[in-house]
Design a protein around this ligand. Structure first.
Ligand code: HEM
Length: 331
């Protein structure tokens, strides 16, 4: 499947095809034959670029919310009626919201580059190929959810969904980084030897508690003061109570991560799994400390933004451990 396309195949195209079609076919053939035949550093770097840009989208979305620029562009897909770009009278809020929208094109460019670079090996590296396709397909869906967010005046449930869709994209990008890294560096993806039931259960516990912490965190945000615009609706839940509910899965996650770290060192598991657990423990403790700091300081926007950086970091760390300790997603 990865053999080059014979350059003379274009000569056998039906004569009714015009010169334009032949030129396209020839260009495709030349381009195809130049594509990589295996996963090397270039493809791995593209996967890392996907992970970084998807994480930046979370932080830039956070900046939009925390600077009250959520309705800086009051329309979607246009920024204002009759114009795609912000006008000077919309001020800094228009620029911030528009800048966040423009990031979509950067994400799409990275995703397209990823698909092109694995196109020739799509039959031998199905998971990498389909994860790349998923990443690209999700981007326009995410843009539409962003549009619905604006059109519903930043309804907090829609804002949550928009944020969680970005979290899902960070998870998909992490799976891509793992697979491309494994092949480009010859690294073990899963723990050496068969995965034990305990490690699998811990992997699932980490995935579930992380997901619950992330989902419940958005409910806290929807009840808090940073709506994205002063006129936007709020949940109206008691902030203190929802914050206490939000930290329940966090505590379970801390226990699972520390227990996992102890077990991987005791059982001499693969180096990558040990490193994965170490990063997870650092991520969860840092995120917890930032969470408490922002709560006790009355939610200053700088610390809240740091908590959002932490969500991207924690999502990647938890996905990595889940991936390496359950082996659910095929190589
Ligand atoms: C693993 C640990 C944690 C994770 C993954 C996490 C995740 C999240 C997420 C996803 C959000 C919503 C972000 C948004 O919608 O833009 C959030 C908000 C929040 N979290 Fe956490 N969190 C963690 C730990 C904590 C802890 C320990 C506290 C301590 C009180 C805390 C307090 C808060 C508060 C107050 C908000 C609302 C911020 C706002 O109004 O914008 N979090 N968290």
């Amino acid at each position: 499947m990865t053999t080059p396309i014979a350059s003379h195949w274009t000569d056998r195209l039906p004569p009714m095809l015009g010169r334009g079609a032949r030129a396209v076919a020839t260009t495709y053939t030349r381009g195809y034959n130049r594509l990589p035949l295996s996963i090397g550093r270039g493809i791995h770097r593209l996967a890392i670029a996907s992970l970084i840009t998807q994480s930046i989208l979370i932080v830039s979305g956070g900046a939009v919310r925390l600077t009250a620029s959520g309705l800086g562009c009051s329309q979607w897909p246009n920024c204002m009626p009759g114009t795609m770009t912000p006008t000077p009278e919309m001020g800094i809020h228009g620029l911030i919201e528009f800048g966040n929208r423009m990031l979509t094109f950067v994400l799409a460019a990275v995703a397209i580059a990823m698909i092109i670079s694995v196109w020739r090996i799509r039959h031998t590296h199905r998971t990498v190929f389909w994860l790349s396709i998923a990443l690209l397909c999700f981007i326009p869906i995410q843009a539409v959810i962003g549009g619905i967010t604006v059109l519903t005046d930043l309804n907090p449930w829609v804002v949550s969904f928009h944020f969680l869709a970005s979290i899902a994209l960070v998870a998909v990008a992490t799976l891509l980084v793992n697979r491309t890294g494994r092949e480009s560096r010859g690294e073990d993806l899963v723990a050496s030897g068969p995965l034990t039931g305990t490690m699998r259960s811990l992997g699932w516990t980490i995935a579930i508690t992380s997901a619950l912490a992330l989902i419940l965190g958005t409910v806290v945000t929807g009840s808090g003061p940073h709506a994205g615009d002063p006129s936007s609706p709020r949940h109206g839940f008691n902030l203190y109570l929802v914050t206490r509910i939000h930290v329940v899965p966090v505590y379970l996650l801390v226990i699972a991560a520390v227990l996992g770290l102890y077990l991987v060192y005791r059982t001499h598991a693969a180096r990558a799994l040990k490193r994965g657990y170490l990063i997870l423990v650092v991520a969860v403790l840092a995120q917890g400390a930032i969470g408490y700091t922002q709560f006790f300081l009355g939610l200053p926007i700088g610390v809240v933004l740091l908590h959002m950086v932490g969500t991207a970091f924690l999502t990647a760390a938890a996905t990595n451990v889940w991936d390496r300790s359950t082996g659910v997603v095929p190589l």
